[in-house]
Design a protein around this ligand. Structure first.
Ligand SMILES: [Zn+2]
Ligand SMILES: [Zn+2]
Ligand SMILES: [Zn+2]
Length: 256
């Protein structure tokens, strides 16, 4: 299993337009954050989580040539506004399976109405094969990659965290319901939301993220959806062993 962080920034990205703070002016490449997305590769399968607003740039940077499917966590602009940019992959490989929960599909059908109710002529449209996920109902790609959608709560919005064998990706959440916690145990790698140092209404802050890590006990954890509070060289000192701030282009490999 290999996880590539395509983006690790909060919804504005880092640097944030117009900001002159230490992080936004930092020359450390680990402080330059596109909007959150990861690529999961295992046993010949490639799965993208979220078509972020920066997807085109991320796909070119990571040299993505093929995807088996896209998993959508939720329908917020930072996570889905790159959906139109799957078209070059459609041109080469045909329609793409896209997985999301009911709530996200309602949002996607409104936000991308031109895809679902084509009214214009000329220009290629994204070609999707929609799949609706149900929390706790696993499915597989090939024989070796099992995906389990799990529900987490982002303010009031139900968001899907995805478990891939013993890796899990859980962003944009304020709380993890008890039934989902059971699906997030015995992990090699947990990627978890951590928007900033101070408390936030709809995201985990650092203290809350560390409390969940302490409870769920993954072997390794990576924090993502980071805003400009987090200067890698400074805030990394606040983290316990085996917990890290993720950064763009970081790759994490599994034991198996
Ligand atoms: Zn977000
Ligand atoms: Zn800043
Ligand atoms: Zn969100």
């Amino acid at each position: 299993m290999k996880l590539t962080f395509l983006g690790t920034g909060t919804s504005t990205g880092v640097p944030s337009i117009g900001c002159r703070c230490e992080t936004c002016l930092s020359t450390d490449p680990r402080d330059k954050r596109l909007r959150v997305s990861v690529l999961v590769e295992h046993a010949g399968k490639s799965i993208l989580v979220d078509t972020s607003i920066d997807f085109r740039q991320q796909a070119l940077r990571a040299d993505i040539r093929y995807l088996d499917a896209v998993m959508i966590t939720h329908c917020h602009v930072d996570h889905v506004f790159g959906l139109d940019d799957i078209r070059p992959l459609n041109f080469r490989h045909g329609a793409m399976g896209v997985y999301a929960n009911d709530v996200a599909w309602t949002g996607l059908r409104q936000m991308f109405s031109y895809i679902f109710e084509p009214t214009h002529f000329g220009g290629g449209l994204p070609q999707l094969v929609p799949h609706t996920v149900t929390p706790g109902s696993s499915f597989s790609f090939g024989k070796e990659l099992e995906v389990t959608p799990l529900e987490v709560i982002h303010g009031k919005l139900p968001v899907i965290a995805y478990r891939f064998n013993d890796f899990a990706y859980a962003t944009d959440l304020k709380s993890i319901p008890a039934e989902s916690k059971d699906g997030l145990r015995d992990l090699d790698v947990l990627v978890l939301d951590c928007v900033r140092l101070k408390k936030h209404a709809t995201h985990l802050c650092l203290e809350e993220a560390l409390a969940y890590i302490d409870e769920l006990k993954p072997r390794r954890s990576y924090l993502t959806h980071l805003n400009h509070d987090i200067l890698q060289s400074r805030e990394s000192r606040l983290l316990p062993e085996n917990v890290h701030f993720a950064f763009d282009e970081l790759q994490v490999e599994g034991a198996i």
